[in-house]
Ligand binder design. Structure first.
Ligand code: NAP
Length: 239
């Protein structure tokens, strides 16, 4: 797919992987819809992108874990950009703690954002894709969606569930020429990794958010007749 002039919506676009995706996709000439909860992040990114690239950038401030906010954001971006050629469900949170020590409200928040948030945004965007008989949905999952680890019960539960939702939806909508993908990066050098205490060793050797953006764009550019079902991307040599 040639991304020039295509409409691509990114959740969690204000920081980390989402921000790198926005920069890389603007460079490809895609028109962008950006969603996150912090308007300052989105305004600053929009200004930076439109200064350099000849693309349309529309922003929607929303907490995707609130169904009405997710739906309102999708409608507003569809009004500005038209039906989405691609939706990248990237927004997510990660906090680690033992099963008993972690506050149940924090545990629940992982499911509300990392699973229900993706469900609400996708549910709002899907009808227009089905109507056009085309579209791409890329869910940024994690190695935590493939393997559990101590202190990861909340995050892993949300990402394992996201993997199941992704594969089921892919099976359901491929007959409409809609491609649904789950990417499963290991640790990426972002604010999320920093806050979760995941950044260890030499930052320059770590996978960067731009690397995940490159894989995402490669998935979008595959011929329409095929799609990447899942793909892992790891740091080559972190030590
Ligand atoms: P990040 O640096 O913390 O950025 C996350 C973005 O999501 C921010 O813009 C944040 O902005 C937004 N966001 C969070 N909750 C939201 C909500 N409820 N509604 C709307 N926007 C929300 O995180 P990242 O490392 O780039 O992670 C992006 C995705 O990659 C996540 O799904 C994460 O699980 C996944 N991932 C990350 C790593 C890693 O090591 N970094 C590895 C594998 C997978 P606001 O707070 O302003 O809303």
């Amino acid at each position: 797919m040639d991304l020039r002039g295509k409409s691509v919506v990114i959740t969690g676009a204000g920081k980390g992987i989402g921000k790198a995706l926005a920069l890389a996709l603007a460079k490809e000439g895609a028109n962008l819809g950006l969603i996150s909860r912090t308007s300052g992040d989105l305004e600053a990114l929009k200004a930076a992108l439109t200064e350099v690239y000849d693309v349309k950038v529309s922003i929607a401030v929303a907490d995707i874990s609130v169904q009405e906010e997710a739906e309102r954001a999708v409608v507003s971006l569809q009004n500005d950009l038209g039906a989405f050629d691609a939706l990248i469900n990237n927004a997510g949170v990660a906090q680690f703690g033992t099963f008993l020590e972690m506050d149940p409200a924090d545990w629940r928040r992982h499911l509300e954002i990392n699973l229900f948030g993706v469900y609400y945004v996708t549910r709002a965007a899907l009808p227009a894709m089905i109507e056009r008989s085309s579209g791409n949905i890329i869910n940024i999952s994690s190695t935590a969606g493939e393997r559990g680890f101590a202190t990861g019960s909340a995050y892993c539960s949300s990402k394992f569930a996201l993997m199941g939702m992704t594969e089921s939806l892919a099976q359901e909508v491929r007959k409409h020429n809609i491609r649904v993908t789950a990417l499963t990066p290991s640790t990426v050098n972002t604010p999320l990794a920093e806050n979760a205490g995941l950044k260890i060793g030499d930052e320059d050797r770590m996978m960067q958010p731009e690397d995940v953006a490159e894989l995402t764009i490669a998935a979008l550019k595959l011929p329409d007749r095929v799609f990447l079902k899942t793909a892992g991307i790891w740091t080559t040599n972190p030590q």
